[in-house]
Design a protein around this ligand. Structure first.
Ligand code: C2E
Ligand code: CA
Ligand code: CA
Ligand code: CA
Length: 279
């Protein structure tokens, strides 16, 4: 029994070692990806519900790994956050997004907005406001067309500091959007204290829309709350015509989801802009 225990302990250590090595390798590769040319921004359409008009995009990062292929953010954003790599990665995302926005605006597509996700670590970083200011200046995009998405939990993690940061960011021109709304806590009582322009209803609520009265009540409450505070409301993760119909009835202004489109590469996003309407 004793030797078996030792064997298990060795196996455990070996597994731990292997996992640590894999992590270390992934971290090295991610560092290289951020410095090099392996990240891409893809764009998911945001649609005005009533008209079907394309009114914006959300920028979503992808990693074009030389061996692993296309890696989704769930496969590297958490590691980037743990290692601090999210700071240079986040700056890359913002720079790329503002450049693409400026290019589209030069091509005559001025009337849409571009949303960029900020992670909790970015919001907590003292240099964020200066970074955003510099990138806006360098890119030459219209800052009024940029939307910064911040999750409810990132705001609530450090509410006092976050409020000041958000106010400074907003003074630079971008609008602010509260992402994944409904998944954090104390949201209702805090919401009015932050300079938020847009509420994004999390996909988990949208999924419950066709599963009975209660799910619909919840979404109705969020929409009413947003409107009463003068915010626009976006529903995320809309996948079915049934969900869309309920959202229309509840007065939700904007929708985003696979029903219309997944995130697509920049060139394809440009084609969608030319078409102007989503079907
Ligand atoms: P998020 O900000 O909530 O973004 C929405 C996610 O839902 C995206 O996944 C999008 O592809 C997916 N989605 C959109 N519509 C639907 C739908 O109808 N059904 C389903 N099942 N999914 C839908 P993605 O691109 O994998 O991104 C996941 C998360 O990674 C994002 O969630 C965001 O938190 C984070 N992320 C992505 N890009 C960035 C970035 O540039 N910076 C930071 N800090 N985080 C990012
Ligand atoms: Ca988002
Ligand atoms: Ca979201
Ligand atoms: Ca989400």
């Amino acid at each position: 029994a004793k030797s078996q225990g030792t064997g298990q302990a060795q196996l455990f250590r070996a597994t731990m070692h292997r996992q640590a090595m894999e992590r270390l390798q992934l971290e090295e590769e991610l560092r290289r990806a951020v410095e090099g040319d392996e990240l891409r921004l893809w764009y998911q359409p945001v649609v005005e519900l009533e008209s079907g008009r394309l009114t914006g995009f959300e920028a979503l990062v992808r990693w074009l790994h030389p061996e692993r292929g296309l890696v989704m953010p769930g496969g590297f954003i958490p590691l980037a956050e743990e290692t601090g790599l999210i700071i240079p990665l986040g700056a890359w995302v913002l720079r790329r997004a503002c450049r693409d926005l400026a290019a589209w605006q030069r091509d005559g597509y001025g009337g849409f907005s571009l949303s960029v996700n900020l992670s909790r670590a970015q919001v907590a970083q003292p240099g964020l406001v200066q970074t955003v200011r510099t990138i806006l200046d360098e890119s030459g995009c219209d800052p009024g067309r940029l939307v910064l998405e911040i999750t409810e939990s990132a705001i609530m993690a450090n509410a006092l500091q976050a409020r000041e940061t958000l106010e400074q960011l907003r003074a630079l021109g971008p609008r602010l959007s509260m992402d994944d709304f409904g998944t954090g806590y104390s949201s209702l009582s805090y919401l009015h204290q932050f300079p938020i322009d847009v509420l994004k209803i999390d996909r988990s609520f949208v999924q419950r829309l066709e599963q009975g009265e209660e799910g619909e009540q919840m979404v109705a409450t969020i929409i009413t709350l947003g409107h009463s505070l003068g915010m626009k409301v976006v529903a995320e993760g809309v996948e079915t015509p049934g969900q869309l119909a309920v959202l229309a009835r509840l007065g939700c202004e904007y929708v985003q989801g696979f029903l219309y489109s997944q995130a697509v590469p920049r060139d394809q996003a440009g084609e969608l802009l030319r078409a102007g309407v989503m079907s």
